[in-house]
Structure formats: C-alpha cells, structure tokens
Design a protein. Structure first.
Length: 111
C-alpha cells in the first residue's frame, strides 16, 4: 500500500509550536526578530505541499490576507490555534466562516 500522507507544520512562538514536534509535526519557531519571515515561511511550506499548517492566532489575524491567498492557491489548509496567551476567538471565527461558506448557512448560530 502506498503512503499518501503529507507532512504538517506549526508556526508560532516557542510555547505554541514546540509541543507539535512531539507528535511529528514540523515546528517553525518565530521570535519577535524573525516574525517578518512568516509570509515567506508559510509560502514555502505550501509550495512543499504540506497538508496542514497550524499557525498561532495572532499571526492569523495579522496576516489574514496571506493566509487567504495560501488557502485559495494551494491545497494546504492553514488553521489558527491559540497562542501562549490563550484564545482570541479568531480560530473559532475562521472555522465558522469556512463552514458557513461550505454549507451556505451559519450552523453554529444561536436559536
């Protein structure tokens, strides 16, 4: 049987990205000094055909345009996860928007 699995990566602070390494996910640690490399790093991972790239929520918010470009241009799925300071709600909002786009309605709406 052929192995059709694709790699996964996590981009963010040391505290957010390093735990992913324990389960075989490539960790890309960004410091305040290397934060400006985020867009190029994300683009490179997408070109290398990573299936999923988990990114810290604050990066998701700051670089929404680049994330949308990657999601549209490549088969890579870019998913936000909470950083060390906790969830901001951006991840849930993103999932909600994606589901609404796919299904045609907000299935999470309070009734």
């Amino acid at each position: 049987m052929a192995d059709n699995s694709k790699p996964m990566a996590a981009i963010g602070s040391y505290e957010m990205a390093l735990p992913f390494q324990a389960v075989g996910v490539r960790s890309v640690i960004l410091t305040p000094e290397t934060r400006n490399t985020f867009e190029a790093t994300l683009e490179q991972l997408a070109r290398e055909d990573y299936a999923v790239v988990f990114i810290q929520e604050d990066l998701f918010v700051e670089f929404t345009g680049k994330v949308e470009e990657i999601n549209d241009k490549y088969s890579t799925s870019v998913l936000p996860v909470p950083g060390p300071s906790g969830a901001t709600g951006a991840g849930l909002a993103s999932i909600r928007g994606s589901v609404e786009k796919a299904v045609g309605m907000d299935i999470f709406a309070e009734r």
